[in-house]
Design a protein. Sequence first.
Length: 743
Amino acid sequence: MKKQRGFLTLCLMLTFFLGNVTGQIQESYKQFPTLPDRPFVPPAAGQLKAWQEFQTSHPDWQVRWDKETGAPASLLGKPMDVARGTPEAIARQFLLMNRDIFRMKTELADLTVSKISPMRRATHVVFTQSYAGIPVEGGVYAVHMTKENKVYLANGDYFDNVQVATTEPATALENAINTAKEDLGAGLKLRGTPSGELVILPYGADFLLSWKVAVPADEPFGEWIYFISASDGSILTGYNSADFASATGSVYDHHPDAGSVVYRTLTNLVSPGYYLNGNYVRAYNDDTSEAYETDSTYYYSPSNTHFDEVMVYYHANRFQDIYLDDLNYPYLNYPNSLVKVEATVHYGTNWNGASSSYPKTLRFGDGDGISRNDYAKEDVVIFHEYQHLVTEYTTYDGLDGGHEEDAMDEAFSDYFGCSFAGTSKVGEYVKVASGSIRNLDNSYTVSDWVAAGYPEYSSYHQGSQVFSGAQWDMRQEFGQGISDILSFEGLNNLTQASPDFSDGRWAIIAADYANYGGSHVCTIKSIFGNRGIGSTPSIPPAPTGLYIVNEGEYDEEVQLDWNNSTGATSYKVYRRFDGGSWSCIVTTTHSYYDDYGATVNYYSDDLLEYYVIAVNSGGESGPSNIASDYGYLEKKAIPDEGSNIPVAYSLKPNHPNPFNPATAIRYDLPEASRITLTIYDMMGRDVRSWVLHESAGYWQVVWDGKDQNGRSVPTGVYIYRLVAISSESDNRFTAVRKMLLMK
């Protein structure tokens, strides 16, 4: 509940268009008290130290600190192995391993798994925070991992300083519900039973025991959420979680202006199929009884009242059955739930369209026939409305409550509706007013939104074009398939309570790391940067100081070293032999590389040459200086780091050596193993040790020259010993090497 969800909830029965049409709109305003600002909380010194140690081992990871909690709002990078086990066990282990970064409690005692979402390409494990068993409003943290269970993102909102005077409410739930109902006015018409639960509400620098009350209503329409003090019964804040449509519907393939009536198969109808009642959707008619046919033929002319029912059913069902199923989205019938989406046409008077998740409903009005056409006759907006329900289920609370949060809610609905329909325009038929059609193929920026009146709440439809425009740019750049996956997985990554545009950008970047290894990150950042969301990344400078460490030696692998390039996340090493063509032999995250595919040998007449380029999300630098020596190719039978799995156990020489203050100890594991790495002084005393469970691959541990108690050790020679016991066979490996700490 970070961004003042109740600052001014203009719960407006919005028409599709971006301007105002006087005299044509039924409007319902509700102003809630504003939440006090939370104070700025910087990361603590211990967090920063823990983060620096983490980044030393994982230089391609990035952090974005939450200014209101001091915890990471997002921590993301190249997918990494954490542990074996279930997704929940892996997620817990990742948070526990990095507890000092996240400021979380011992054993994660206040975190409970609320949802595990296995998608086609990723799994999302969502935790909710509690205090004395009471949910903390907005306290949600998630760990996201690839289908191979490698963690690539952790994000959310975590409060490490929750404390309330008492957990016993002085105000009864019944009284809190009555307060909310009275506040909605004498004309209140319920469409369900109000409910409530105790929560801990972040309130400025404090935390208050509160009742969170939900009031589903037809008049004024909405899913009204109230936070009412459990101590004195006052209204603290609130919002309306119902989503209002920008445009709706189609009973044609697209809409009446795009073609004639066609006849399509209606699938997933529940037997015997007399009503338009399916696995995902049931169609209703607010003007009369439901369409009913015993011969399974729902043939109606566009002027027939049941025509809209058929096509709303057809398009909503198709959106779930074809599009969302292809994206591996579990349909909206939650596990163990018999509730499906209820879609009502001809709803109300001069009504537009809306969706609500409590219960799952879609409503389509007829417009007024002058400035607005029938909302149930355009496919894009039916998709748009259905996507609102998907967003509600996928994210923390449906992206409701903040200017950019609401704009993203509309943007995701617009994007998926348009992408499935194959058009960049929403509202071609509804045509509320001249210039009212939202076109995703635009150049709209955050600055344009500001100039048009941001942060006025009523402008979030206008602001949505900034984010959806960036999504459409991705579709044009990468193609529909990749862009849809990035947007959909990005939506699943949006687990914060009140995300903004920057969170949305990071969520999509994380989706690219998980699904495509970060291959599109540079372009994604540029696309969003051009819209004023984040910065357009800069290319790192070319590396300097490349040299061959063992130049002039005899029959050794080529050992390369160079200076770090500011902003680089990885390096590409190029090699050529005897004046031939250059080829990239490896990509590494280190500023050194041992080339086992070549051997230095001062007796050779053939020249080995190398250069390095730096890489980050902004692109690739120019080449470094060229380093050269005489030698041969393919003299060593040891694989380089470009291989997926080493062929044998190996303990590498530490680098650098001598060192001060830190050095990297590298080792190769051909099988998943339990490893014990121990550092001894020359008297044989234990200085530092690590016990790790790791999968097959290339690994390293960075020693910072300190003992187990964090005290710096003196200059001298130290022994390091690796014992690896395979988890897959009877193999056991032991190796010992020396290193020199010189201060």
